[in-house]
Write a protein that binds this ligand. Structure first.
Ligand code: AMP
Ligand code: GLY
Length: 424
């Protein structure tokens, strides 16, 4: 089978690496890909926003499955258009992608299906929103309704901060995404992400992970797309796993079917977990980045049959087998990220370091004049497995130290929560 993967991040490199191992695969294409993906796939320079171009490419190259990595093409209806053209595609329809594309949509679904989540109010103008926060306890969480590229969530500690955040949203800081906002209660607890393959009817847990969103050690500084992750997450025990499936995931799938928008693809539940049980923070309708990297490092199944089963509604017959060893990934980013950073800096000695327990997944990399260069904020994902998180962490940092890239940096404490737990 020929497969086309859409995307260019570390998530897509991990997916490409895994798909490339499938005995079912003939040819793997990736649009647009990156320098690491080019080692396992044919990178093609297609305009992902032009669905007709993608369809034409698939027809010409006899592509039987398109795997969509990022959220934007999902929300923009790439899967719908491919399906209309008779090409199987992994990912939700544009209607079902509203679970990520609109926070109000998800909150209303939670109301209807009684799914545990933070209390909230929806606003489409600043004065009413400001009046609401004046009488609200602090902290309070302000969220732009639409897709804001991982930004658009402000945890305000004071009424002034909340009012400023409300102004920012309505004054266009997040573009159209901020034309409507929700304001919700601050949830306490420990965060975890859980990933479910869904075929509209059934859900299959792929695994749980913890991300490190802040740029600085000790979870300080501005939010990023994610500076590192590990899987499994100890906070997700058997009880939490059952609760999330029964109280959150299955009611969501039922609600989506009731709306005539069955959810197919991978559902990423961002959760806050405390003694009262798990609460939904948000949904994403794609794999997490960098969480996907640790999931792929642990997944023992052939990925292609699992992806196909989400499309032909046969997930109930599938089982996920994970390597029991934890996996951890450290993100190396360009100095300055998540603010501005230099592009085109040369990375020496990043390849040739992979082994059985270690993989370097590329994100913002390209080959220029024979040099591997950084062209993005997040650039490399140093990923490893170990008998516990501590060992996986030590292995990952050993590799980090062998990468010669003076203009790069990483957090040195990825996995700290798990390692603290392991060390008692
Ligand atoms: P999101 O973009 O919705 O994932 O939000 C970004 C981050 O903000 C989450 O990973 C949480 O750490 C935090 N967050 C979002 N909503 C809440 C909430 N209601 N209570 C506490 N933290 C939250
Ligand atoms: N790592 C967070 C995300 O993929 O949204």
């Amino acid at each position: 089978m020929n497969v086309l993967l859409i995307g260019s991040g570390g998530r897509e490199h991990a997916l490409a690496w895994k798909i490339a191992q499938s005995p079912l695969l003939d040819k793997l294409y990736c649009a647009p890909g990156n320098a690491g993906i080019a080692n396992v796939a044919n990178c093609v320079d297609l305009d992902v926003g032009d669905h007709a171009v993608i369809i034409q490419f698939c027809q010409k190259q006899n592509v039987k499955l398109v795997v969509v990595g990022p959220e934007v093409p999902l929300v923009n209806g790439l899967v719908d258009d491919l399906e209309k053209a008779g090409i199987a595609a992994f990912g939700p329809s544009t209607k079902a992608a509203a679970l990520e594309g609109s926070k109000t949509f998800t909150k209303e679904l939670c109301d209807r299906k009684n799914i545990p989540t933070a209390q909230y109010q929806h606003f489409n103008n600043a004065p009413k929103a400001k009046a609401y926060v004046r009488n609200h306890s602090m902290p309070v969480v302000i969220k732009a309704d639409g897709l804001a590229a991982g930004k658009g969530v402000i945890i305000a500690q004071t009424v002034l901060e909340a009012s400023n955040a409300i102004d920012d949203c309505f004054e266009g800081e997040y573009g159209d995404a901020g034309a409507e906002i929700i304001i919700e209660d601050f949830l306490k607890g420990e965060e975890a992400s859980m990933f479910y393959l869904c075929d509209g009817e059934a859900a299959l847990l792929l695994g749980a992970a913890q991300d490190h969103k802040r740029v600085g050690e000790g979870d300080t500084g501005p939010n990023t797309g994610g500076m590192g992750a590990y899987s499994p997450a100890a906070v997700v025990d058997d009880k939490v796993e059952r609760q999330v499936m029964d109280e959150i995931i299955l009611p969501t799938l039922e609600g989506m079917r009731e709306m005539g928008a069955p959810f197919k693809g991978v559902l990423y539940a961002g959760l806050m977990i405390d003694d009262d049980g798990p609460k939904l923070i948000e949904y994403n309708v794609r794999f997490g980045d960098p969480e996907c990297q640790v999931l792929m490092m642990r997944l023992e199944n052939d990925l292609l049959p699992l992806l196909m089963a989400t499309i032909d509604t046969s997930l109930a017959a599938q089982q996920v087998v994970l390597n029991p060893e934890p996996a951890l990934t450290v993100v190396m980013a360009s100095i300055g990220y998540p603010g501005s950073y230099a592009k085109g800096t040369v990375i020496l000695s990043a390849d040739g370091l992979n082994g059985d327990n270690c993989q370097i997944f590329h994100a913002g990399t390209a080959l220029q004049d024979g040099n591997l260069v950084a062209i993005g904020g997040r650039v490399l994902n140093i990923t490893s497995r170990g008998k516990n998180v501590g060992e996986a962490q030590a292995r990952a940092y050993q590799l980090v130290d062998r990468i010669d890239w003076p203009q790069g940096f990483c957090r040195r404490d990825i996995g700290w929560r798990a390692v603290e737990r392991e060390n008692g």
